[in-house]
Ligand binder design. Sequence first.
Ligand code: BGC
Length: 709
Amino acid sequence: MMRFSAYLGKRLVQMRMQQMLRNRDVVKDESPMHLKLPPSDEPSLAKRLLAELTLQEKISLLSGVNEFCIPGVERVGLKPVWSSDATLALRGWKAPVTVFPASVSMAATFNTDLVTLVGDAIGSECRSLGIGILLAPGVNLARVPICGRNFEYFGEDPYLSGEMAAAYVTGVQQHPVIATVKHFALNNSEYDRHKTNSMIDERTLRELYLPAFKRALEAGSLAVMTSYNQVNGTYASEHPYLLEGILRGEWQFNGLVISDWNSLYSTDGVLKCGADLEMPGGKYLTKEAVMDALERGVVDETAIDQKVGHLLSSYEKAGLFACPMVDATQEVGCSEHHATALQVAREGIVLLQNKDQALPLKEHWNICIGGDNAFRVAQGGGSSMVQWEQSPQSLASLVEGSCTFLPRYWYYLRSYRKRVASSDAVILVVGFNHIEESEAYDRPWQLDHHTLASIKHATSCNERVILVVQSGGAVDMAQLQGQVSAILWTSYLGCETAQALKDVLYGVVSPSGKLPFSIASSLADYRSMRTYPKDYASFSLARIHVGQGKANVRTVRAMQYTENLMVGYRQFDSEGPNPLFCFGHGLSYSSFSYHDLSVKEGENGAFHLSFFVKNTGLVDAPEVAQLYIAPLDPQIYRPKQELKRFEKLFLKAGEQRSVVWEVDEQAFARWDQEHWKFVSDSGNYAFRVGSSSRDIRLEQVVVYAKRKP
Ligand code: BGC
């Protein structure tokens, strides 16, 4: 059980973080920017504006104000631009915003069209509230299951994360809003995040941790947020190799680089090669500090111009110069956005186990409902946490009919034990909430002692115990799995949590989520945990605070990524052990057959792949078809197989549909350390099509021949 002092400490951290986001009045400015610029032939407004600003004005644009605002320059008509967080919703505004499921549940939908709809809805809510910069999506991989922020990201796989991020960015930027892909890079831990140094080799960096960022930028993301940690000994916010070498150099990104909140650690480093914008306010990029650096010749004014240029050109590309700050035609919390939130919540629920068809529940059954999360709508904590304008309904308040609600310690009370024994099914909604699972610290691997006791007692007197586990990632389920009939995994599902759970539990819709991470039988099974601090679950305010924000006081701890590519299913499939629930797994109330795989070679080393999926069950249900590619004769060590395509299909009972995928040379690529680039080696590869990473239904070996340069 969490020690009381740790609990209080975490509460305090949450209170401090929530202070920052006490709901603000929404921006009411419905007029556009009227930039006051002298006539010129220069087509770029950003460039003209930059030329017009004084040095002092430019320096004022290097840091934020009021926690989330980028100041304007009234003299030239540049208005302040507001930013906002968004993991679940636009948080911190006095407005009934739509609270969407957390990103890891978006990933579990495996439905990119739906995620674009979420982005579109959030973009439109941004416009309604006058927000120009959205601080999302987060794409750090779930390297360790206990990372406090896994719920804010898209799981353990770079391809899935990249596709999700791209879909989200596309939706958001259909509006004049800047999307910010974060946290660049290797912020895969919340263990003293200001004081960790992610030590990684080049190949792992390239193959696992960077692709999702790259994909989000290819989809047009106009901003990037740096992270708190160091990477190979240098802070990410002033990292020459990551920022200049890769981001600006190789990827040719010329948008805005924003610091994470209080994540700059020096003036000179950042001016030479770091973030463009210091948030939430000036500490290292104040007028005094920047002028001093200019006088010392650390950089000259062109460095300031570059940074401000990135900011202004991102505004221009997004369309912020051309439209009113607030678009009164857009709405927050409208029924359309709620419908999208409900759809994601439903599709993000993963049915891990369903012994003897324990689910769906029958309407006329007597049921008992218990578990802390049945009586509240749980969220993750930290900067994603939403302060509800109106508390949403919990599952307990939504379920009608013959139902007993179990108090926390029901198992000590005879009358409740009798009711549990005589009911048709017991539903326990358990997991974490914002105190236990949050940024700024990691979370436990196990459910708490009281929850485990409740499950044990329930299973000892009832044969149909249905467990709903809410967490941002894998939790210890090895013991539970044998005890209970059914297990559903969800993360924090937002305003439609109760409706979505009810719909899935009662079979109004079939579950169709797939795990975006692997659940191992034991924490020690994850290779990435072997070098991880053993006291990850302990918490002390003192430890968190020492040296936070003060680079000269803190001791930085190395996080060794010695597992290299062996993260999640890449590890479990290549070298074991078998996971309890594998990546891509998720059951349905229906069943599906896969057949007639045909692979044809196209031009330039591409393959044209097609097959059919048929709903062979009795209910309409979606299925996610997945393609894993396995190199059969790799030239260097490679993971056994990797996800390269997926598609969600909606199939009526008995319906069959075809899936067609083009697979190009990129799908075979691996990082070549010698030539310092991605290469696709010629050789034999298996195309493995299935319903999860371990439920492969169709397989064909192809010979890939490298293209002649
Ligand atoms: C988080 C960021 C967030 C920022 C602003 C930081 O603590 O790491 O993800 O965007 O706060 O709320």
